[in-house]
Design a protein around this ligand. Sequence first.
Ligand code: G6P
Length: 592
Amino acid sequence: MCGIIGCFKKEGCYDTLLTLLHRLEYRGYDSAGIAVLSSGRKTLTVRKRKGGVSGIEGRRIAGETGIGHTRWATHGAPSDRNAHPHVCGKFALVHNGIIENYLSLKEELVRGGAEVASDTDSEVIVRLIEKVYTGDFFAAVAAACKRLQGSYAIAVLCKDAPGEIVCAKYKSPLVAGASDDALYVCSDIPALCGEAEYICTANDGEFIRIKDSKIVFCDEDGAEISKVFERVSPVLRAEKPQQGSFMEQEIREIPRALAETYVGLKGLDFAVCARELRQTKRLFAVACGTAYHAALAFKDAVERDSKIPVLCHTASEFRYRKPLVCQGDVVVAVSQSGETADTLEAVRLAKNCGAYVIAVTNIEHSSITGLADFSIVMRAGPEIAVAATKSYNCQLLCLYYLAAQLYFYKNAQMPAYYSQLCLLPEAARAAFDTFIPMRILAEKCKSARGMYFLGRDRDVRTAAEGALKVKEIAYVFAEGYAAGELKHGTIALIEEGFPVIMIATNSALTGKCENALEEVRARGAYTVLFTQDEGAMSKSCADFKCLLPSVCEELMPVISVIPLQYFACRMCIERGYDPDKPRNLAKSVTVE
Ligand code: G6P
C-alpha cells in the first residue's frame, strides 16, 4: 500500500527523498508528499499534491531531515488535502496502515476543539501526538501510539527537534537503513537498495529513532533494543527501462529470473526441513492474488505425485475461517513481497497453531521470511510493475522444486520432472516467439467487453492467472475457468465475437479442450488455442492458434503463462493504459 520514507542527510535530504519516493511509487500513486525540516532556521516545509511523485518535484527544499509518502487511498479520496504528510502544530507525519479506531479518536479530538483538515484516518495520529506533547518528542509519539488500533508504520518530524525522526511500527512494514552519508527509514527494502548499505527491519511494537546522526531502535519507554544491521543485497535494485514499461521488461527478464532462481534452489539445504516434510500427512498453502494461483499449481503437483492433500486457501479467508491447522502440518506461504498483510496474518495464525511454515518469497528480509521456519527466497529480482509476472514463473519453479523435495523425502527418489527444471529458462526464452502473435491477438481483442480463459487440469491455474492479468491492467472483465464447467453456466454469456482462450497443454485432455472450443465457436465465440502439441494444433478449429515451446507437461504452467502475461500487457497498451500503474491496485498490500 502506501510507501513511507524518512531520511537524515547532512548535505540535504531533498534529492534523496524524491529518489526514494520514485522507487516507492509502485506502492501507491494517488498522491505524494514530503516534509523537510531545516535545523538552522527550524522551518518545516511541506509539499504535497494529488497525483504522482513528479507532481511534487520542483525547487529544492533546504534541510537535513525529511519524510515522504506515496499514497494508495484507503480513507478519503485522492486529493491534495488527503495527501500526506499531515501536519498539526509543530509536527508532520506520514503513515502506512489503517487506524481502525480513527472515528472514535476523531470524535474525541473534535470534541476537544480540533479542526480536522482531511478525511484520512492518519491525521488523527499527528493530532494525538500534538495533544499529548509536553516537550518530549519521543514520549509524545509513544503515548499516541498506545491509543491506536489497527496497523501503522509512521515517521514523524517535530519542529523542536531538528535532525530527529521518530518512527513506530505495528503490523505495517518498516525498515531502517544506513550509508556513509545518510540514515533512512522506509516501508520497503527494495527501495532502499542502492542508497543504504546496511538495513535492519523493525518488529511490531518497536520504535526507530534517528537522532544525533545515529539510528536507535527502542521500546515504547525509549529503552534501546539491540539490533543487528545486515548488508543489503544490491541485486534488489531495479532500473527504470530505457523504453517501454517495467512490466514488459520484467516479462523479458523471466528466463534470467528462472535461471538465477534455479541456481539459488540448488544451493538451498532442504535437509533442514526433512523431518517435517517426511512426517507431514497434509499441507496447507496460503497466498493472495497471483501467488494464490502459484499455490494452486503446487497443490496439483503434490497431490498428483506425493498423493498428499494440500489445502489451498486465499490468505484473507484462511485467517478468519478457523482453519484446521495443527502441529505436524506444513503450511506453505507464497508471497512475492513477503509483506502482504493477509498472508502475514495467515502465517502468524499457522505458527500459533503449531504448524511448520515454509515461506516462498522474493524478498530475503521480509516480514514473512522473518516469521517462517524455512524460507525459499526466489531470485526473480525486483518486480516493480504492480501486476506480477516474473515472480509468478519463479514461484512456480520454487514450488515445483519444493514438491520434488517432498516427494523425495517420502519416496527416496526424485519425481521424473525434477531433471527437467533446469530446462525452464531456455523454454521461457523460446516462449518469446509468441510475442508477435500476441501483439496481433491483443489488437484483435482490444475492444472486447469480456473474455474467458479456459483450461483443464493444471491449465485451469494458468487460465485463472491469464484472466487476472487482463482484469488487473487492461480493465476487461475476464474469467479463468475449468473448460468442463463451461456448459454449467459460462456458456450462456457467449455471443458473437466473444474471445475464448483455451490453454491446452495436457495431451491426454486436448481432445476435450477442442470439443469445448467447438461448442463456443458454434455460438459465435472468437476462439484461441494455446498448445505445445503440433498435431492438436493442426487439427484444431480455433480461429487463432499459438504454438507453445515444449517442456515436460508437468512444468508447462511455468511456460504457458508467458504469452498470456505478454498478451495482457499488450491489451493494456492497445487500450491506452499504463501497465505499471493499474488503477486502484497496489503492489504490496500491507493493509487488510
Ligand atoms: C497485490 C498485487 C498482486 C499480487 C498480490 C499478492 O494484489 O496487485 O499482483 O499477486 O498482491 O502479493 P504478494 O506480494 O503477496 O505476492
